[in-house]
Design a binder for this molecule. Structure first.
Ligand code: PGA
Length: 256
């Protein structure tokens, strides 16, 4: 069964005070909500504080990035084993902001994916097209290319216990989310693409959508059979909105 997965990507936001208040409030609410895995990915300096605030709750810790190297002379970087050491489980990689602002290409993202798998962490592999690529009808080609780098190097088995987040770049932070039907079409394409190599792996793969998810569009998004979760930016910083999104996920009908 694919359990709904909601991840809050806090990006470059938060403070010590905000984290304690938000996470304690969220943990309290999660006691009343069943059937959904919830993860918060705060900025790396707050990972330990967030983990402490999560205490024994159902809330899980995520991170927004990882280095390709395990240790050594790599000033400013954070390794997969460090993330594991601190208690993070779901690690976002290949986010479009890292691809565009930090020049991370498909090969670098693939190395990060393997570094996480080697450490028994769960990669959340972000993929998606630009507005220009969408207009040019290249969405499926771009998504396939971003997956194929990994698929061709290590086969479909490496996608066991991983997450793919389809995040069309034109929808991120714009208030202009893709429609549920558009998302379903691409998610089904992604699942079918992996199923060509291994249908069992494809069936269990969690495919999230990200890009302007709010409490107002979450229920509609979760109405589609291949949308297993959401990766939420802006709305994950507003406690009431994030809780509403989690509630929509937990009442999702399609629990294949
Ligand atoms: P958004 O960000 O929800 O603010 O659009 C999503 C993301 O970048 O993961």
């Amino acid at each position: 069964m694919r359990h709904p997965l909601v991840i809050g990507n806090w990006k470059l936001n938060g403070s010590k005070k905000f984290i304690d208040k938000f996470i304690i409030g969220l943990c309290h609410k999660l006691d009343e909500i069943e059937g959904c895995t919830v993860v918060i990915a705060p900025p790396v300096v707050y990972l330990d504080q967030a983990k402490q605030a999560m205490c024994n709750s159902k809330l899980l810790l995520g991170a927004q990035n990882v280095d390709i190297n395990c240790s050594g002379a790599f000033t400013g970087e954070i390794s997969a084993s460090m993330l594991k050491d601190i208690g993070a489980q779901y690690i976002i990689i290949g986010h479009s902001e890292r691809r565009s602002l930090h020049s991370e290409d498909d090969q670098v993202v693939a190395k990060k994916f393997f570094a996480l798998k080697n450490t028994d962490l769960i990669p959340v592999l972000c993929i998606g097209e630009t507005a220009a690529e969408k207009i040019a009808g290249q969405t499926k080609t771009i998504c396939a290319r971003q997956i194929d780098v990994i698929l061709q190097l290590q086969g479909a088995e490496v996608f066991q216990n991983t997450v793919i987040a389809y995040e069309p770049i034109w929808a991120i932070g714009t208030g202009c989310a893709a429609t549920a039907e558009q998302i379903q079409t691409i998610h089904k394409f992604i699942r079918d693409h992996i199923a060509q190599k291994d249908s069992k792996i494809a069936d269990q793969l969690i495919i999230q959508y990200g890009g302007s998810v709010t409490k107002n569009n979450a229920a509609e998004i979760f109405s589609q059979p291949d949308i297993d979760g959401v990766l939420v930016g802006g709305a994950s910083l507003i406690l009431d909105s994030f809780i509403e999104i989690i509630k929509s996920a937990s009442t999702r009908q399609h629990k294949i």
